[in-house]
Design a protein around this ligand. Structure first.
Ligand SMILES: [Zn+2]
Length: 405
């Protein structure tokens, strides 16, 4: 540092002061030089803090965390400052200018003693921590683009029962826009469907599961979330062949009909759907087990309530609401467009499905998505019934519903 240190600004995220490059908060797309800071990703860091707060008590020793791609330290310094039980956070980045910002942020919050700064290539650092006495309790992987290059090294750097969180920003790949790239990076095929974000997250989890199984490790998926720009997963790594075998049981395929939207987890390869089409598409291999852990969600909600923004609470509550519902969700507005009919608002969809004896909930992964155990035929019939009802009631209909949509 010195006279040539880049212009800096101070921002507050959560309860933490962050010293960031001045140019990163003046432009819509923050530049990578001199160091990258994206204020739009603060929700992801809020969730990291809540996740760590909810899980540090599960660690029997003094918990440690590695923020592998720390950048200016937004995540790592926040965890050091806002998670009282976290003993040490190691902030690593290849960009030494970014680490200077991180160090200044740590000082601004009085947590320098709990932070270690390292300036290493990510994979070398992870591999050097695969020895049992050097492993971390929490490892975070948040690179530019795909995390695929780091997965194998990362699973080895997590202690038995510890936690691994990963961010992927190659969402077009995970959502099925480039299936060959997805197959290379993640070992499975995604699908371009209305519920592609859930399938993309499941593909990401399965890539980590595969790396775990190669090392006789098991994996439990505790929490996932996504925005337009990134997908993020929180996993627990478990040592031993029994957990590894259980992990293998959670890997499967999904058959999807693009015509009637029928979907099911299946080991059978088929092209024919009951609706008569022979265009069945197949996604996978991907994670077909649970993507949320109830205890994790409840602990995170407890940590979040009272001092978190509404978006975080909504996300956690919706995740809780969709526990035990099948893979995939429906998008009523898209289905109604396809049928050239008006779309019922989400709350109405849920009421109608419940009236017909099905379970239904808002998806945490898509604000317009509805998770349900109803089949697509019931779902489309419900939209048709709604349209008939609207036609009959005419101008006397609920105007709020119409305006909403
Ligand atoms: Zn079909």
């Amino acid at each position: 540092m010195g006279e040539n240190f880049p212009l800096e600004s101070q921002v507050t995220e959560g309860k933490t002061i962050l010293v960031v490059p001045a140019n990163s908060i003046k432009t819509k797309i923050p530049p990578r030089a001199p160091a990258f800071y994206n204020s739009l990703a603060s929700l992801s860091r809020d969730i990291s803090v809540i996740f760590c707060r909810a899980h540090t008590h599960m660690i029997s020793r003094e918990p440690t965390m590695l923020d592998t791609f720390a950048g200016v330290g937004a995540r790592g310094v926040r965890v050091a400052n806002e998670v009282p039980r976290m003993n040490t956070v190691e902030l690593n980045d290849v960009n030494s200018v970014a680490l200077d910002f991180a160090s200044r942020s740590a000082s601004a919050n009085g947590v320098s003693m709990r932070c270690i700064f390292t300036n290493q290539e990510a994979r070398s650092l992870l591999v050097s921590h695969c020895r049992r006495d050097k492993q971390y309790d929490f490892v975070d992987i948040d690179p530019f683009g795909t995390p695929a290059f780091y997965i194998d090294c990362a699973v080895g750097a997590v202690v038995n029962g510890g936690f691994l969180s990963l961010t992927a920003t190659d969402t077009p790949v995970l959502c099925g826009l480039y299936p060959r790239v997805a197959l290379r990076r993640y070992g499975g095929l995604p699908l371009r469907t209305g519920y592609c974000h859930e399938l993309g997250l499941r593909l990401l989890v399965s890539a980590v599961a595969r790396a775990c199984m190669q090392h006789d490790l098991g994996l439990r998926c505790l929490f996932v979330h996504n925005t337009r720009h990134y997908m993020r997963v929180y996993l627990q790594i478990l040592k031993g062949s029994i957990d590894s075998d259980r992990t293998l049981e959670q890997i499967g395929y999904l058959n999807h009909c693009p015509d009637c939207l029928y979907r099911e987890v299946s080991t059978e390869v088929t092209s024919r759907c009951e609706c008569g089409t022979n265009k069945i598409q197949r996604a996978g291999p991907l994670w077909v087990g649970a993507i949320y852990n109830e205890m994790t969600l409840r602990s995170m909600l407890e940590e979040a309530s009272g001092n978190s923004r509404k978006a975080v609470l909504t996300l956690l509550q919706r995740a809780l609401g969709e526990l035990n519902l099948p893979i995939g969700y429906y998008l009523p507005d898209q289905m109604a467009d396809h049928l050239e009919l008006p779309s019922p608002p989400p709350r109405r969809v849920i009421e109608e499905l419940e009236k017909r004896g099905f379970k239904a909930a808002r998806s945490a992964l898509n604000p317009m998505g509805i998770k349900t155990n109803a089949d697509p035929r019931t779902f489309s019939q419900m939209i048709k019934d709604y349209a008939s009802e609207m036609k009959i009631s005419g101008d006397r209909s609920d105007r709020r519903d119409k305006i909403h949509y």
